[in-house]
Design a protein around this ligand. Sequence first.
Ligand code: HEM
Ligand SMILES: *[C@@H]1O[C@H](CO)[C@@H](O)[C@H](O)[C@H]1NC(C)=O
Ligand SMILES: *[C@@H]1O[C@H](CO)[C@@H](O)[C@H](O)[C@H]1NC(C)=O
Ligand SMILES: CC(=O)N[C@H]1CO[C@H](CO)[C@@H](O)[C@@H]1O
Length: 689
Amino acid sequence: MASTVLLGLLVLAIYYVGSRIIALRKNIARAKASGIHYVIVPIYWLNRFWLITHPFWLKILRRLPPSWTAWVDFTIPLSTFAYRYEIFERVGHDTFLTVAPGGLFMFTCEPAVISQITTRRNDFPKPIEQYQAVDVYGKNVVSTEGATWRMHRKATSPPFTEKNNVLVWEESIRQAEAMLRSWVGPEGKGGRTTDRIMDDTMRLSLNVISAAGFGRKMEWPSEESAKEDVVDKSGYVDVSKIRNEEDDIDPGHSMSYTYAIHCLLDNILLQFIFPKSIMRWIPSATIRKAEESYMEWGNYMREMLLNKKEALETGNANKETNDILTQLVKGQLVDPDAKTKQQLTQEELLGNMFVLILAGHETAANSIHFSVLYMALHADSQRRLQKDLDKTLQGRSPTEWDYDQDLPALFGGMAGAVLAEELRLLPPVPNIPKSTIGVSEQKLVVEGRDCIAPKDMQCVVACAVAHRHPGFWPKGPPRLPGGNTAHPLSNVDNDLEEFRPERWILTETANGVLADKDGIPVESLGGGDLGVNESSDTSELLFKPAKGSYLPFSEGYRACLGRRFAQVEVLAVLAVLFQNYSVELAVDKYATDEELDTMDINQKAEVWHQAAEDARHLMLTGMGQIITLQIRNGTVPFRFVPRGQERFPEDVDEIWKRNHPNQVSDKGMPGWSCWRNASTRIGAVLPPK
Ligand code: HEM
Ligand SMILES: *[C@@H]1O[C@H](CO)[C@@H](O)[C@H](O)[C@H]1NC(C)=O
Ligand SMILES: *[C@@H]1O[C@H](CO)[C@@H](O)[C@H](O)[C@H]1NC(C)=O
Ligand SMILES: CC(=O)N[C@H]1CO[C@H](CO)[C@@H](O)[C@@H]1O
């Protein structure tokens, strides 16, 4: 009996291995025919079993000799972001395929290939099965393709206007002032340490999108009004401890609007992982709460939709209201092509409202978070930003700032350069998924040769790598102290892994470097009424990257709808934060305030250097992506202090370098490997539902 079972299993195993080998050989033949360079790997990384269990297997694979496990680098999520340009260098091509029994993948950081993919929407559709997770409330503009996507895009793009951006500008300033106040205290003295910048910026961007998106203003909890247990010992209001305050709960609800949205987003992974039908039956308090917040936020939105519709129909609505919801509902009511069925169902409206929050809040929050972090690490650039703000804002208070005049000046100056550089290094979506699924094979010019992109293939547009491609960006020598490089393997002989916003300022960079690649007229994409904005991602006054080499907001038809929204938000926040205050790394781990007061400049530089190394290490190894790229293993504590009261000089890195002339780097670890290095978190990727 036992032997029969064993024999059966053996036959099954042989059959399985055999069929995999046949599948692999078929895929190799397809790759060969494409003319694109390829690498053979044993595992297709979108294989669901592997996606879920790979952290376990990596623990075992880690023990094997590197020469046996070189393939692993091509089968783990976020590997292009972990290795950056090095993985393309290793393969020897800017575009290559990986071939596994389960299918083909194309990886590219080649600007010319990226441009072909992003401009040929019908030829390289989005692999929408990967986006099903965001359909929490309904189909939407992010998760659809083809004619359905057109309909969603047509319905959702009209509200994104300059009129709405004025709202974004005003609300961002208002929220940023409140956030800054919570950091520097009511008297504005500053000098308190906080490590909650991620939570706080998330709250800020959520509040901005609630106001500018849905006309629902949310207030920052003030220190005076906060309940005791929300205020920590240094006097900060911990905004992550949002509670379900009785007073704020609308009639007919069990949660306040604010609590519901926070609860929903905090537990969003549960919504992604468990199908609705299963969630109801799992006896867990967390899941109960996640489910309740899902119902509650949905109900709030349905009410808001209904009220808005009634108000607009009866003529009671303020016609001048420019928030996204009002414009959406208006578009639904007076659609001139009503017969073309362009109207969204209530479920689709809700789906889009949710996805706007999802797409718009973490991305913008990260941009603010990382900009602040980079400003703390690069005091010289921070001073330059502040001088530039002085020139633009002339000491005027935010109530006197003018959208039409001040925003273009911010966009074309250091503030714009800081945002552009931050998005170059840490784009929230480091790999943009595309595919040839459901279409025929496609002609594609790769490395100047005519090739054929096979059908049914996933494509990874490695935009984070294109952003640091040494062939396309102005660069200088590495500048980090101690002979370190910002990344152990990628771009070790230049500064492209380093934050240097000055590279965008035309008068300061040797712009001539890329003169031959500049000035290529942006091809008309013919976006029509789909709200495709063909203007470039950065101001005309800044360095203009070569086509296809810079796409933090993606490119072409499927480019970000909220690009301008996000830019306005981040620039307004940076202006508020840095007009009168400076950010510095908090060094509490290495010295008390009293100790620091007695230190000379050289001792201070030592302490600073330690804190800076911690921050750089975290930004190299602690990043992960669930929805967007974020620091997932720890925080960088910082302090805001009034300008002029900084504790460290702006050339603190130079002082440290002078004191350590012979320091040799220990960072260029030979064989550095993101998945062998236990401290590195490899970003989670969500399996399709
Ligand atoms: C710095 C902030 C932001 C960045 C870097 C960013 C980046 C992106 C990227 C890369 C995509 C393409 C995603 C893909 O192809 O899978 C995208 C799409 C999108 N984004 Fe953003 N985004 C930002 C902020 C926003 C904001 C504030 C909103 C709305 C308020 C928004 C709404 C959207 C929408 C609706 C899409 C889907 C467009 C379509 O497929 O037609 N984004 N964004
Ligand atoms: C910065 O200081 C100036 C001059 O005191 C003041 O008018 C302005 O409101 C302050 N800015 C912010 C963002 O608080
Ligand atoms: C496109 O974006 C630019 C700035 O990014 C803005 O000035 C312009 O008004 C936008 N055009 C449209 C048609 O929305
Ligand atoms: C918060 C967190 O996850 N911290 C982890 C970061 O990584 C180190 C390994 O280097 C772990 O020990 C920590 O627990």
